[in-house]
Design a protein around this ligand. Structure first.
Ligand code: PEP
Ligand code: MN
Length: 303
């Protein structure tokens, strides 16, 4: 007989939506709604997170925060601690960057998501961050995952660039196992033989995660594409694949960005992308209510 998804991912039972073992077989878990300030990720609202790759200056961050808020974003992104492949690249403003993020939150009311790279920094970053980002390069850093889980903050877990869905779920399970239920999965593209794009956007991965896991899933079209002209298309595909939200890089002057300028949208491009996404997000609401009805019916049949 064909292996079921819960059998296939049996090593990570707590992330799965369908329970397949013992007396609970056939039962279904509630979807996780991750609480962030005055909203949730993974509920009915589609949540957009946007901002620069790196926090650079007060002017850059505050102008970007104000713009993305006006366009409908709920969360400001921006790295104060940057994992850069080159040792000579900009590695972030550190504590100074965190202070600027706190100021931007105070002025705009946006929540803040920012990366933590080292377990030694978890307490400091968690003081400012509403959501702690675990970067692609850190997905398998288990001491970092453990410390981040214990902070009690929601965790945005980015898929490792060479991680299978099974590996990704194992890291999520590890966080749950450490007592933190508030995990948001983020598909940000994986390495394949294709070199035209920075990474290969795994839309099927998003669809699969939404089918088998109860955790919210968001799409990162910026790191997946690596080129700003592809970002709106990948964002739309992310919505259609069932993502609960997006995380997008936006900069007032992408050509002069200190990191990831080639994939960052300028203000006008981000505004246009949000306008163009609106009908797709509305369609998603309709699809979700249809899906809820279908799921409820199939449970009635099973029950
Ligand atoms: C980022 O969000 O700027 C980042 C470094 O992402 P990733 O860990 O997915 O490469
Ligand atoms: Mn980046």
């Amino acid at each position: 007989m064909r292996e079921t998804w819960p059998e296939r991912f049996a090593e990570t039972p707590d992330v799965l939506i369908d329970l397949e073992v013992g007396a609970q077989a056939g039962a279904r878990r509630e979807r996780t709604h991750v609480p962030v300030r005055d909203f949730v990720v993974g509920g009915d609202e589609f949540v957009t997170m946007a901002g620069p790759c790196s926090v650079e200056t007060e002017r850059q961050l505050l102008a970007t925060a104000e713009h993305v808020r006006r366009c409908g974003a709920r969360v400001l992104r921006g790295g104060a601690f940057k994992p850069r492949t080159s040792p000579y690249a900009f590695h972030g403003l550190g504590l100074e960057g965190l202070k600027l993020l706190a100021k931007a939150r105070q002025e705009t009311g946006l929540a803040v998501v920012t990366e933590v790279m080292s377990e030694c920094d978890v307490a400091m970053v968690a003081e400012t961050a509403d959501i702690l980002q675990i970067g692609s390069r850190s997905m398998e850093n288990y001491s970092l995952l453990e410390a981040a889980a214990h902070s009690g903050r929601p965790i945005l877990l980015k898929r490792g660039m060479v991680a299978t869905i099974g590996d990704f779920l194992k890291s999520a399970q590890f966080i749950l196992e450490n007592g933190n239920p508030n995990v948001i999965l983020c598909e940000r593209g994986i390495r394949t033989f294709e070199t035209a794009m920075r990474n290969t956007f795994d839309a099927a991965g998003i669809a699969l995660l939404k089918k088998i896991a109860h955790l919210p899933v968001i799409a990162d079209p910026s790191h997946a594409a690596g080129h700003r002209d592809l970002v709106p298309d990948l964002a739309r595909i992310g919505v259609a694949a069932g993502a609960d939200g997006l995380i997008v890089e936006v900069h007032p002057d992408p050509e002069r960005a200190w990191s990831d300028g080639e994939q960052s949208l300028n203000f006008a491009e981000f505004g246009a992308m949000m306008d163009n996404l609106a009908p797709w997000i509305a369609l998603r609401e309709r699809h979700r209510s249809w899906q809820h009805t279908a799921e409820a019916r199939s449970l009635e049949v099973v029950g």
